[in-house]
Structures are given as C-alpha cells and as structure tokens.
Design a protein around this ligand. Structure first.
Ligand code: FES
Length: 143
C-alpha cells in the first residue's frame, strides 16, 4: 500500500509517560509521527472500550504507557492498568487480532530516550503488519 503510514492511538499517563513525550519534544529527539497522543490522568483510566473504539475508528495499533511500578500518583492505578491490558490483549489475540498491535509500557517523565526507543519499536512493529482490518469492514468507513 503506497503512502500508507500507520496510525497509533497512544494513551499516556499525565504524570509520567506524557512528561517523557514532552521532554522528548523539547529535547528535539526524533521519533516517528504516527502517534495520536491522548493524555489521561492515569493509565488506569484506559478502558478496554477506548482500545476497541480506537481500532474501530481506524487505528492500526494502540500503545498505553504509564508510571513505573510504585510511582503511580493514584497508588495502584498502573497495576490495574497492566492487568486490564493483559486480559484485553489475550482476549483480542484469541479472537484474531495480530499480536504486536497492542503495546504497554512504563516510562517515567525523565525517560525521554526510553520514550523514543519504545516509540520507534512500536511504530516499526505496527508498520510491519500493515493496515489493521480486524475491526472495520473497509477503510472507506474511516476515511
Ligand atoms: S498516575 Fe501514572 S500510571 Fe497512574
């Protein structure tokens, strides 16, 4: 598919991973422009419905990132997020979504280089799989 670029819905916790993305930006670190960043108060705020909706509306991949274990501003939100993610990923892969379209990470606000590394890896993996078609009947629906 010519000129195709993956769209990756990216849910970032305000306190850590969003800070890392911001720091990467102000530090002028380069990373692929495929990410549509949605800032949330905590990674625990990511509902499975958000992920399904992102795929349904044309995302080719989803990336969720929050604070490191022990650093969540809401104490255990990132643990809940990780558990929800593991269940959802297992379920979606069981019904046919390709592994590698759904990613989870823990990145602190000081880890701009880690943010860039993970962004590069996620973009490369999603791009290698091509457009996601599992949740949509045709690309015309989301154009
Ligand atoms: S506040 Fe960052 S994951 Fe909860």
């Amino acid at each position: 598919m010519e000129n195709w670029e993956p769209k990756i819905a990216t849910f970032l916790c305000n306190w850590c991973s969003y800070g890392a993305a911001d720091l990467a930006g102000v530090s002028r670190f380069q990373y692929p422009p495929n990410f549509r960043i949605i800032r949330l108060p905590c990674s625990a705020r990511v509902s499975p419905k958000f992920v399904l909706s992102a795929f349904r509306h044309g995302a080719d991949g989803v990336w969720i990132s929050g604070c490191h274990p022990g650093d969540c501003h809401y104490l255990e939100g990132n643990y809940y997020a990780r558990r929800k993610f593991a269940l959802l990923k297992g379920l979606l892969e069981h019904i046919g979504l390709e592994a590698g379209r759904l990613h989870f990470s823990w990145i602190s606000s000081a880890e701009a280089t880690k943010f860039v590394d993970v962004a590069n890896r996620v973009a490369k993996e999603v791009e290698a799989m091509g457009p996601a078609r599992f949740f949509i009947k045709s690309r015309a629906e989301v154009a």
